[in-house]
Design a protein around this ligand. Structure first.
Ligand code: NAI
Length: 270
């Protein structure tokens, strides 16, 4: 039996791999999908994975939004491609994952990063605000993971990282929809890990605290200043600090690391 972390060349020699699939492979690099790669945490993850030698499939709603990430990766000598997809549409998510696996004959890494907030107190929360957040932040992850399992099983290797939030671990006033979706990701991801562990596929959650991105920019200086005393390191995190955790969890060496939630929050939720 092959070790879980054996490189692609060894997988290619495995008798259970289908020959026609191997012939379809156009690149030797591990192929990684990163959703929400146009800015913020997703962009940092995409740039880091490309720097680490992965071919990164950049996903966001529009190709224009991904152009800057694409250019930065290529300028640094990395490998990537743009695939626009609105992850609110389940059929499009399925087609995205199927398309990547079909084009490259492999899918090694899936980072479900894209997410939205529609914050308001529960008393005022509409059905639409609930459904929108659950659809984008949770249902898309279910569809993407389900679609990714077959190509990952064929390659006898898979690394799934779902981006959660400390809101999903501790709850947060004004975020009942968001906290519910992010909390659900933890149980979902542990289940993927347990179902797929024997297939060489790991699944983990990376749960950021307050990170400097557009999502937290809207909070305003008053809220930001009020939050700081609750963060032991006394600052917001940088997207690159989340990308480091994702880089480890998606690395070949992390084959024994699964069903975990890595909290990267400056100590806030401890
Ligand atoms: P952001 O708002 O800066 O970027 C979100 C990304 O997701 C963008 O690329 C956007 O185009 C994409 N996106 C949103 N809706 C989409 C859709 N329907 N289809 C395709 N792409 C879509 O967010 P940020 O801050 O970079 O957050 C990234 C992840 O980290 C999210 O899952 C968020 O919930 C999580 N997070 C962020 C924290 C923070 O402090 N910034 C804290 C905890 C978790």
């Amino acid at each position: 039996m092959l070790p879980l972390d054996s490189p692609p060349a060894l997988h290619a020699a495995a008798p259970r791999c289908k020959p026609q699939r191997l012939e379809a492979r156009v690149i030797d690099k591990r192929v990684a999908i990163v959703t929400g790669a146009s800015r913020g945490i997703g962009r940092a993850i995409a740039e880091r994975l490309a720097k680490d030698g992965r071919h990164v499939v950049l996903v966001a709603r529009s190709a224009e939004g991904l152009a800057a990430t694409d250019a930065a990766i290529k300028a640094a000598g990395g490998s990537c491609e743009i695939r626009p997809c609105d992850i609110a549409n389940a059929a499009d998510v399925q087609a995205l994952v199927d398309g990547v696996a079909e084009t490259h004959g492999r899918l090694d890494i899936l980072v479900n990063n894209a997410g939205i907030t529609r914050d308001t107190l529960l008393l005022r929360m509409t059905d639409e605000q609930w459904d929108e957040v659950l659809n984008v932040n949770l249902r898309s992850v279910f569809v993407a993971c389900r679609a990714a399992l077959r190509p990952m099983m064929r390659g006898k290797f898979g690394r799934i990282v779902n981006i959660g939030s400390v809101s999903g671990l501790s709850g947060n006033a004004g975020q009942a929809n968001y906290a519910a979706a992010k909390a659900a990701l933890v149980g979902f991801t542990k289940t993927v890990a347990k179902e797929m562990g024997a297939k060489g596929i790991t699944a983990n959650v990376v749960a950021p605290g307050f990170i400097e991105t557009d999502m937290t920019d809207i909070l305003g200086d008053t809220v930001k200043t009020a939050v700081l005393p609750n963060i032991p390191v006394r600052r917001f995190g940088k997207p690159e600090e989340i990308a480091s955790a994702v880089a480890y969890a998606t690395s070949d060496e992390a084959g024994f690391f699964t069903a975990q939630t890595i909290v990267v929050d400056g100590g806030m939720a401890a």
